[in-house]
Design a protein around this ligand. Structure first.
Ligand code: PEP
Length: 250
């Protein structure tokens, strides 16, 4: 049985005050989450605050990006070792916003994934098709390309201790959610594709759904057999909604 994981992606939102209030709310409600792991991925500058506030609680934390470099003259970048120093367990790699707005390609994302793992972090690899891909019937081809780039570069075993987030780009921040059937279909495809390389890795890897998951639609999505949790943007900024999703995960 794969443990469910619900991870909040705060993106570039919040302030020290709002994050304190959000975490106070999560800490109050976390006892009602029975078996799912709960994580929050914060903006870099707040990781110290998050660490202080979450240490000793069941909630874990992570970052939203990292550098491929270990240290040196890379102005504005953040290394995996720095994230580790602030107690991060997870780091998101290849979010569609980074792919679309900052030109991150499959090869760079694979490198980030590898660097994160090497530092003992758990990367959350985001994959997903754009609306035009879905309309053109190329969803599986796009997701396969994104997945294969990692498997070809790092080997399928690299997925055994990582996490994949299937995030249809057309559903991110739009209020349009993939139906449970649409999501399950792609999750099953991803697991099957991994199984073609290594069945035990495919059985182990957690595949999260992301894209306008909210308090109202989470239960149905999370009930699908290949959906092992959620990567939550907007709803992760509202403690009650986020906790409702976490409870729906178990
Ligand atoms: C995301 O950014 O990963 C995401 C899923 O956002 P939202 O939940 O707001 O669609």
């Amino acid at each position: 049985m794969r443990q469910k994981l619900v991870a909040g992606n705060w993106k570039m939102n919040g302030s020290r005050a709002s994050i304190k209030a959000l975490l106070d709310g999560l800490k109050q409600g976390i006892a009602a989450v029975e078996s799912a792991e709960v994580a929050v991925c914060a903006p870099y500058v707040y990781l110290g605050d998050v660490e202080q506030q979450l240490q000793g609680t069941p909630i874990v934390w992570g970052a939203q990006n990292l550098s491929t470099e270990a240290s040196g003259a890379f102005t504005g970048e953040i290394a995996a070792s720095m994230l580790q120093e602030f107690g991060c367990k997870y780091v998101i790699v290849g979010h569609s916003e980074r792919r679309a707005l900052y030109g991150e390609d499959d090869a760079l994302v694979a490198k980030k994934y590898a660097v994160a793992r090497a530092a003992g972090l758990k990367p959350i690899l985001c994959v997903g098709e754009m609306l035009e891909d879905r309309e053109a019937g190329t969803t599986e081809a796009v997701v396969a390309r994104q997945l294969d780039a990692l498997i070809d570069a790092e080997g399928v075993a690299a997925l055994a201790d990582g996490v994949i987030a299937y995030e249809p780009v057309w559903a991110i921040g739009t209020g349009k959610t993939a139906s449970p059937e649409q999501a399950q279909e792609v999750h099953q495809f991803i697991r099957q594709r991994i199984a073609e390389r290594d069945a035990s890795v495919a059985e182990k890897v957690q595949i999260l759904y992301g894209g306008s998951m909210n308090a109202g639609n989470a239960a149905e999505l999370l009930a699908q057999s290949d959906i092992d949790g959620g990567l939550i943007g907007g709803a992760s900024l509202k403690p009650d909604d986020f906790l409702t999703i976490c409870r729906a995960a178990g």
